[in-house]
Design a protein around this ligand. Sequence first.
Ligand code: HEM
Ligand SMILES: CC(C)=CCC/C(C)=C/CC/C(C)=C/COP(=O)(O)OP(=O)(O)O
Length: 293
Amino acid sequence: MPAIPGIWRQFYALTKPRVVQLIVFCALIGMALAIPGLPTAQQWLTLLLACVGIWLVAGAAAAFNCLVEKGIDAKMKRTAWRPTARGELSDAQTLLFSTTLCALGSALLWFTVNPLTMWLTFATFVGYAVIYTVVLKPLTPQNIVIGGASGAMPPVLGWAAMRGEVGPEALILFLIIFLWTPPHFWALALYRVEDYRKAGLPMLPVTHGNEFTRLQILLYTLILFAACLLPFIYGMSGWLYLAVAFAASMGFCAYGVALWRNYSDALARKTFRFSLLHLSVLFAALLVDHYIR
Ligand code: HEM
Ligand SMILES: CC(C)=CCC/C(C)=C/CC/C(C)=C/COP(=O)(O)OP(=O)(O)O
């Protein structure tokens, strides 16, 4: 097989592939839960097209973020390798790439899914690429809390794709990702604090210090624990989900407590990694539970 040319690999890297994979996975679960029983052939097609559309627009949002933040990224160890930060891709190339992905994804959603999903996905693009990246991130330590609303949208997009409306079930899944985002991000920000200080960004550990951030992480993991029980309480899931949600959320709280009591960079890194496992396992359990009930 011929190797993929370097420039395409660079463009691909701008889409933050692993983050977008989890985003599309959460959207997919929203879609599956919106359909009672197994999808029909027509629903399989809609499901696939909606995933591709959301993936394209999310990738476009990530690439636009890399363009806006190329100066900041260049100052941070974690992001200095990005092709935009290194000047390997020009602003015009990156803008064209992001616009093309966003246009293709939006057209796909409009013509093959439904206009509501297209508008919600586009609003999510604006929420992350403009409101979070341009306005909130340099402005306030609550940037990721408010901006987290865009990251929490995927199950809502998925639900809208299959139902043509937004139901309370989708809003429960939104709430879970919304409350999950602060401990997810602040755990990383704790051990990357010097990066953020150098870049001049007002992330919580920079503005309010290590101890206050650890307390916030702990509080969010506790509220998240309660929110993770809602799908069961609302009747969206059965005992399997409840057992998995209970165990995974207890695990996240345990990390919250351990980090609060005794800080180390290594533990903060483990907490960040655990956040990814927590959300993945939670959503996978919702899916399995939906089909075995
Ligand atoms: C405003 C909300 C969010 C912020 C500020 C945020 C921040 C971050 C940051 C800074 C990283 C980079 C870690 C690194 O480079 O080592 C990261 C990684 C990651 N995030 Fe988030 N995140 C947010 C929301 C989300 C959401 C909604 C999802 C998925 C549903 C997600 C999934 C991931 C994944 C999978 C990674 C690991 C990427 C990798 O290993 O390359 N994040 N997040
Ligand atoms: C249309 C749609 C579903 C859009 C989803 C938007 C999206 C990609 C949300 C994920 C959030 C994310 C990548 C945060 C990274 O934070 P950061 O940008 O502060 O991280 P960085 O320092 O690595 O750039």
